[in-house]
Write a new protein. Structure first.
Length: 426
């Protein structure tokens, strides 16, 4: 009932201007804009503020107090996932036609920043549907969307994005998992690795090579499939013990003679690489928003501690070295948030956002790591101890520089997009 009421409420969002806004509550004005519809402003709509406050309340009351518990147990946070699902705070990307709330990417990222503030590990565990569902949004037909996106709304299940392999991470073109057509079916064989939520997912998006010619272009060699997790031959591996974000269920997945019906082929045969990469334009801003949430948490924890801790007869915030570190953290957080919002704004206005998505993901990931390291430094010896929150934040931050495209890959993309734009102006 709560979820139904919330979904009805958020339908009002679609009529509101998709604006470029500041999303951290303390920075927002509660007064309506007096400048009218100027296109560019920093004002949330009333419904967006309600959504942000709901997500913030949930994060502070349900996620943050249990972050350390799940970091230690490394169990999947099913209870938190189900509560968030009940409130309608998950699967915001699903269109209204298939039962979802049809949030804009900007609005979805309001929720994500708040969740990651509480714990980026729990965020990563319960928000994998955004990535797994993106290729379905891009290329799925009506029946596929109704069946697989609809299931995310009908019951609190998880989906997983199955692309990375033991020998192919950033080099997606090097994937070895193969799918061979036999009659009206496809048979998949291969191994995937570092798959988030692999052990708890109900269905996977799987990218496999369908053109046996090793010289075939990436744009024609791979096909996307939707594979139910209970299909015979699908075997998730052991849970990997990672440095951070430990409650996120990361595993390998083996596909051994897995039979998939033609109806589960996603889009055109041979076009899967395009769908898989296109998903990142939608999800890299999501990762950036999560990194901003973690960085904001680092800043808040460090600021609070610096106002309480005293050395040389005064609070350490009064020492210029500490004050400058806090200032650098604040600069990084604000700039990363704005860049994330720009990436969201581009795609919400149906513009190609690859350039901005990569910039947002790159800068937010770097800021999250620097903020975490600086927070530990400000805490001093206490920061190195598990009794204080910042050591976990530092462990959790590292993966932001790796998953969904490393920092180095983002810079390659940015440079490629930059030069292409520049050539168009010559």
């Amino acid at each position: 009932m709560i979820k139904t009421l919330f979904y009805k409420n958020v339908q009002k969002m679609k009529s509101f201007q998709r604006c470029f806004t500041v999303n951290h509550g303390r920075m927002l004005s509660s007064q309506p804009s007096s400048t009218g519809d100027i296109g560019f402003n920093f004002q949330l709509t009333e419904t967006q503020r309600e959504l942000q406050q709901l997500a913030r309340k949930f994060s502070r009351e349900e996620i943050l107090p249990r972050a350390a518990e799940y970091d230690i147990s490394m169990k999947f946070p099913w209870d938190i996932h189900k509560k968030a699902w009940d409130l309608g705070l998950l699967n915001g990307f699903v269109p209204e036609k298939y039962g979802g709330s049809a949030l804009s990417l900007f609005e979805d990222c309001l929720v994500i920043e708040e969740f990651a503030y509480g714990c980026s590990g729990i965020f990563n565990a319960i928000h994998t549907n955004d990535l797994a569902g993106a290729p379905v949004i891009i290329a799925g037909n009506d029946e596929q969307k109704k069946k697989y996106l609809g299931r995310l709304i009908e019951e609190p299940i998880i989906a997983a994005y199955c692309v990375t392999e033991p020998s192919a991470g950033s080099d997606v073109a090097g994937l070895k998992t193969k799918a061979v057509k036999k009659g009206d079916e496809w048979v998949i064989n291969g191994n995937k690795m570092w798959i988030t939520s692999a052990g708890v997912a109900s269905w996977y998006f799987v990218l496999a090579r369908t053109d046996p010619d090793p010289k075939a272009s990436t744009g024609k060699a791979f096909t996307g499939f939707i594979v139910d997790a209970k299909t015979p031959g699908v075997t998730p591996g052991r849970k990997e013990i990672n440095m951070g974000q430990r409650c996120s269920d990361t595993r390998g997945v083996t596909f051994e003679d897995v039979v998939v019906k033609q109806e589960n082929v996603l889009g055109e045969v041979g076009a899967g690489f395009k769908y898989a990469m296109g998903a990142f334009d939608k999800t890299r801003p999501v990762v950036a928003a999560a990194a901003v949430g973690l960085a904001q948490r680092c800043l808040d924890e460090a600021t609070r501690y610096s106002l309480e801790r005293k050395t040389f007869g005064t609070e350490i915030v009064n020492h210029q070295a500490v004050a400058h570190m806090l200032a650098d953290m604040a600069i990084g957080v604000e700039v990363s948030r704005l860049m994330t919002q720009r990436a969201c704004w581009e795609i919400d206005n149906k513009r190609k956002n690859t350039y901005y998505a990569s910039i947002a993901k790159c800068i937010a990931s770097e800021v999250a790591n620097k903020s975490a390291a600086d927070a530990v430094q400000i805490f001093g010896g206490n920061g190195f101890n598990t009794e204080y929150p910042v050591e976990k934040l530092m462990r959790d931050a590292k993966i932001f520089q790796i998953y969904e495209g490393t920092t180095q890959i983002q810079k390659l993309i940015i440079a490629r997009e930059l030069t292409a734009r520049f050539k168009q102006m010559m």
